[in-house]
Ligand binder design. Structure first.
Ligand SMILES: [Fe+2]
Ligand SMILES: [Fe+2]
Length: 396
């Protein structure tokens, strides 16, 4: 997809292009949002993430939360499916010590690759005069895998806080009990991804600015259903797709095991999001509120599809050797990234359909973005983690 960044920077003298590209890309994210209400909702977080780079300062970030905690002193049994999910979640708890942490992981071993060989395509790099030796290819594999897992870890921190917030603010009492299990799950996910990065890959990359924007906007939005939509449906739905792709492709047994356990938990999280929002969107929202959420979901889906460019890996490997625009084109088309996108949207789109945010009003925009092909897929309530893993095992 040709963005405004490519068009504008091409008009500048060569020496200025790189600096301008970096600055303009931040503005471009916001310029491409067509709905003014969505823009208003995302702009403050956009400035903090894309202009001020708050996630990259190496110091803690404070995000003021402004939602209401919702108490119910009558303790109703108000949602039987959430109650069933709570029972399943209790039985599905596991401890990180169950994973084979004594596995020795060598990120540079070509016999046991973190990311599969077919994830990469080195020809476009060669065409730009960049030749990586076999050893460098393994180092590049290490970098890209560590970058991906670092983004998972940052996303899990967001999920931990979002799960705590929605547990306070959700209005289903059975949802609150279920939410308590999710807070525990997300804490465990932070624990295992941190441990894997710290002890096995010995590397941690900073948060991607666009992921920061999404997390910031969810933390600070006072509306509980926006937190649900953003975290439980969009971020978790896309993460589930990404975990699945990596689970299927990695040869490293500890990572595969870790992802398997996380996928079993995440499938419940997305299921919960669909249950809570389906009813809320159908019964509680006005037409105008529904449309706002429909537009927001579409814009955030595009943001997530187009903006995870692993610039941190680019800066480490190729800055000065190829322009940022060339990296953008490369990373967008590398086979592993294509598969990531494919699987992520095949998970996300059916959930948006099920909660009622893909009405005929918005379908042409999904079609134009090439995302309508996933419309007929299976949504989270009909796909347990076990079924998902069986499907992935069959495909690998
Ligand atoms: Fe998680
Ligand atoms: Fe989750």
């Amino acid at each position: 997809m040709k963005s405004n960044v490519d068009t504008l920077t091409n008009l500048l003298p060569v020496g200025m292009r790189e600096r301008a590209d970096k600055a303009l890309e931040a503005v471009d994210v916001l310029m491409q949002i067509r709905d003014p209400r969505v823009l208003r909702a995302l702009a403050p977080a956009g400035v903090r993430g894309l202009v001020l780079h708050r996630g990259k300062q190496g110091v803690p970030t404070e995000m003021p939360a402004s939602h209401s905690a919702y108490f119910d002193w009558t303790y109703p049994h108000d949602h039987s499916e959430m109650q069933a999910l709570y029972e399943r979640a209790k039985r599905g708890q596991w401890v990180s010590e169950q994973l084979p942490w004594n596995t020795s992981v060598d990120p540079l071993n070509p016999e046991v690759r973190l990311l599969p060989e077919k994830f990469f395509d080195y020809e476009p790099l060669q065409a730009m005069g960049i030749h990586l030796t076999a050893h460098e290819q393994m180092q590049f594999n290490h970098s890209l895998c560590a970058w991906t897992l670092s983004q998972f870890l940052h996303g899990e921190q967001g999920a931990l806080f979002a799960a705590a917030q929605v547990t306070e603010s959700v209005q289903f009492f059975d949802g609150k009990l279920y939410g308590a299990t999710q807070v525990m799950d997300e804490g465990r996910h932070v624990e295992v991804f941190r441990k894997y990065l710290e002890e096995k890959l010995c590397r941690l990359y900073t948060i991607n600015d666009n992921l920061f924007v999404i997390i910031d906007s969810l933390m600070t939005d006072p509306r509980w259903d926006m937190k649900f939509l953003g975290m439980q449906i969009m971020v978790e739905g896309l993460a589930l797709g990404a975990f699945g792709t990596l689970y299927k492709g990695t040869q490293e047994p500890l990572l595969k095991n870790l992802l398997k356990m996380v996928i079993l938990d995440e499938a419940r999280h997305v299921h919960y999001g669909v249950l809570a929002l389906k009813e809320h969107i159908a019964k509680e929202l006005t037409q105008r509120e529904k449309e706002e959420r429909e537009d927001w979901a579409f814009e955030v889906a595009l943001l997530m599809r187009n903006r995870f460019m692993a610039y941190e890996v680019y800066e480490e490997w190729f800055e000065g050797r190829m322009p940022r625009a060339a990296w953008r084109a490369y990373v967008t088309n590398v086979p592993g990234m294509r598969e990531f996108r494919e699987v992520m949207f095949s998970r996300l789109v059916p959930n948006l359909r099920d909660i009622g945010l893909m009405t005929p009003r918005i379908l042409p925009r999904y079609e134009k973005a090439g995302l309508l092909q996933y419309f007929g897929g299976v949504a989270a309530p009909d796909l347990t983690g076990d079924q998902m893993l069986a499907e992935l095992d069959r495909a690998s």
